[in-house]
Design a protein around this ligand. Structure first.
Ligand code: ATP
Ligand code: MG
Length: 244
């Protein structure tokens, strides 16, 4: 369904992503793990076209969404359409403080001129926020805010939903409620890419795991292969330092 081919990205002289390629099947969950600075966020930003890769292609359902070197041909309006294929949930929720939970979810589609109030209500109920729809972000816990952010991303019906360390700003209790929501989405076969430091969660929820180091995919496979029985020395060293 999603094919990432030979993505490279540099900032200045520093190569941040080096020849990243992988495929993701519809309905599967891919976790990306790796130490700080290994390029996980940059990769998600390139996939979501918030950043333009220097090299490589992004293909979704057989359609070439991005082909480095030809990005001048992509007009702004097209870029917006391309981005709609992807949803992105950030570590810091990024809700609009002046809008209620419900308004935060409906806002993006309002810009498209479509009213999705009923759908937004259903999504917030699904996130167990039925009682909190009219609250403002500052009246919600971090876990609740993150679930609003997930509802907002889902409201736009992305083909692929991406998470960038969705729980690292949360304490353990709130982390669990957000992880449960992601797990439920995985069960419902939402196609997802999850950058996470929660290795135990990645092991449980993922169909595929990528271990990244210094801008490269060091190891990729099932959780059983990469997390339980890593073959590469770098992966082993990374996991040896983590309790999960
Ligand atoms: N806009 C930018 N300009 C210059 N360098 C950047 C930029 N964004 C990221 N970098 C650099 O790219 C490298 C990879 O950063 P990235 O944020 O992708 O890592 P990460 O794996 O997400 O790390 P973390 O686990 O800490 O979130 C880092 O060395 C970072 O300093
Ligand atoms: Mg990051």
């Amino acid at each position: 369904m999603l094919e990432i081919r030979n993505i490279e990205k540099s900032y200045g002289k520093k190569k941040i992503l080096k020849d990243i390629s992988f495929e993701l099947e519809k309905g599967q969950t891919l976790s990306i793990i790796g130490s700080s600075g290994s390029g996980k966020t940059t990769l998600l930003r390139c996939i979501n076209l918030l950043e333009m890769a220097d090299k490589g292609q992004i293909i979704l359902n057989g359609e070439m969404l991005y082909d480095a070197g030809k990005e001048e041909e992509i007009k702004d309006s097209q870029a917006i359409n391309i981005r709609r294929h992807f949803g992105l949930v950030f570590q810091q929720f990024n809700l609009f403080p002046q809008y209620t939970a419900l308004e935060n979810v409906t806002l993006a589609s309002k810009l498209k001129g479509i009213d999705i109030k009923d759908k937004a209500v259903a999504l917030l109920e699904q996130m167990d926020l039925g009682e909190r729809m009219d609250y403002y972000p500052h009246q919600l816990s971090g876990g609740q805010q993150q679930r609003v952010a997930i509802a907002r991303a889902l409201a736009l019906e992305p083909d692929v939903l991406c998470f960038d360390e969705p729980t690292s700003a949360l304490d353990p209790m709130l982390t669990n409620e957000v992880l449960k929501v992601i797990q439920e989405l995985a069960r419902k076969k939402m196609t997802m890419i999850v950058v996470t430091h929660e290795i135990g969660f990645a092991r449980q929820v993922s169909d595929e795991v990528i271990y990244m180091d210094d801008g490269e995919i060091v190891e990729m496979g099932t959780p059983g292969q990469v997390i339980v029985d890593p073959q590469n020395e770098k992966t082993r060293r990374f996991l040896a330092n983590i309790v999960f």
